[in-house]
Design a protein around this ligand. Structure first.
Ligand code: ARG
Length: 440
């Protein structure tokens, strides 16, 4: 069942036939190919290449095939080279020889390019919606948990922040991710339909018509580029990779925070698993899997970048390799966003441990230095004095705020009673631009 038997004497080898077929995976492009085919024949009729009657028959046939696939009567399987062959051959079987006219002024090269772009657009919009749900979940979680917490650098306790502010950092990352996806859609939004195999066609077809009809901003400017451009797939998978990197960083924190060492959060049972040998174990598998699957999406990015490298213009069969990578990366990132959203919505916060995290670790040492700066000491000298205080407290195993005023004064005479208020963890968040942290 081939669309191109004419110049061949021999059947294709059995293994080669399987090797060549993309139907098992490109069947996902079915609705998009039907849609583009309907737009194509509608245009062919507009420019008088097909009669009204022919167009109606073909559109009817395509819609019937869609209906039959949707209701399960027709299965997308069998010895077809790809989804495009499947649709065309089934169309001919259904409506007879007039079906053979569907491929006038079209090639599978522009056909696959347009179907893939329609698919990519639709799925990216779905992903943006999922990311918006994740952003909402982070915001709600933050509003419900506006509690003081240690902020870290180098995984060492550094300065006071709030749990809400910490989570809102991820909110910002996902906000940028959405912009990246929107921008990718904006760039890909040009129709390749009508570029044909590589060099357009001798027919005066109307590419603006199909571009408009399919919801593209415009038609592509160059036929060769139109059928061989896979930039948008690379760009989207690279945006997916950045999303995964963000999800993986958040996962890593969730994994740490749910450990006995931190005990900041408790994951819901629904997103944890147990151990087959250690009865006490509750493992953060959801977060670990997201962290792990990040590598898989990066792999897809490397794969498609490498496939496209050094391909001469225009279409080469190598490009068929874009599909499995794109579908897998898309499914992975979409699932990870959904799982992360549910995990955030259901995890419980151990407020006491989070609040306690600010107490040990000298998180107010910078405020001690700031205090001295306010009293006229240079920041570098104040830094040194505060460092000496930390050393002293470390030896005595007490936090800075537990020093007596006499001890403070031993380090510098400028210390007064108001130092305690100044270095209070909650109070310090009300000063200067740190107010932004409290406001979240
Ligand atoms: N299945 C092919 C792909 O995914 C469709 C294009 C085939 N074109 C061709 N000239 N063989 O790339």
């Amino acid at each position: 069942m081939k669309l191109w038997g004419g110049r061949f004497k021999e059947e294709v080898d059995y293994l080669m036939n399987q090797f060549n077929s993309s139907l098992p995976f490109d069947k996902r492009l079915f609705p998009h190919d039907i849609k583009a085919s309907i737009a194509h024949v509608t245009m062919l009729c507009e420019v008088d290449i097909l009669s009204n009657e022919e167009k109606d028959k073909i559109v009817y046939g395509l819609k019937e095939i869609k209906e039959e696939v949707d209701n399960g009567e027709l299965k997308i399987e069998g010895d077809y080279e790809d989804i495009h062959s499947f649709i065309e051959l089934n169309l001919i079987e259904k409506i007879g020889p007039v079906g053979k006219k569907v491929h006038t002024a079209r090639s599978r090269n522009d056909q696959v390019a347009v179907a893939m772009k329609l698919f990519a657009k639709e799925e990216t919009i779905n992903l943006i919606e999922r990311l918006n749900n994740l952003k909402d979940a982070l915001k709600i979680f933050g509003d419900e948990n506006n509690i003081i917490m240690a902020g870290y650098t180098h995984l060492q306790r550094a300065q006071t922040v709030t749990l809400k502010y910490h989570m809102m950092a991820y909110f910002e990352m996902f906000k940028r991710d959405i912009k990246r996806l929107e921008n990718s859609v904006d760039i890909l939004n040009e129709s390749p339909l009508g570029c044909c195999a590589l060099a357009g066609t001798t027919y005066s077809i109307d590419r603006d018509f199909t571009a408009r009809n399919l919801g593209f901003n415009k038609k592509v400017d160059n036929f060769l580029d139109g059928i061989s451009d896979r930039d948008y797939i690379i760009e989207l998978i690279s945006a997916f990779s950045i999303i995964m990197m963000h999800l993986s960083r958040l996962s890593e924190e969730i994994i740490m925070w749910s450990s006995q060492e931190f005990k900041f959060i408790t994951l819901d049972d629904k997103y944890s698993t147990g151990s087959s040998i250690m009865p006490q174990k509750k493992n953060p598998d959801g977060a670990e899997l997201i962290r792990g699957k990040t590598g898989r999406v990066y792999g897809s990015l490397m794969s498609i970048l490498t496939t496209m490298k050094a391909l001469p213009l225009a279409y080469n069969k190598d490009m068929q390799e874009d599909k499995e990578q794109f579908f897998d990366a898309l499914d992975t990132v979409s699932n990870c966003v959904v799982i992360m959203t549910s995990m955030i919505k259901t995890m419980k916060v151990n407020e006491k441990n989070i609040k306690d995290s600010v107490k040990m670790g000298f998180l107010n040492a910078t405020e001690v230095a700031d205090y001295l700066v306010n009293k006229g000491i240079s920041f570098r000298d104040a830094h040194e004095i505060s460092g000496n205080i930390v050393l002293y407290c470390e030896e005595k195993n007490i936090p800075i705020e537990k020093l007596s005023i006499g001890e403070f004064k031993n380090f510098n005479v400028k210390f007064e009673e108001d130092i305690y208020d100044f270095i209070d963890y909650e109070e310090s968040l009300k000063k200067g631009i740190k107010k932004e942290i409290l406001q979240g």
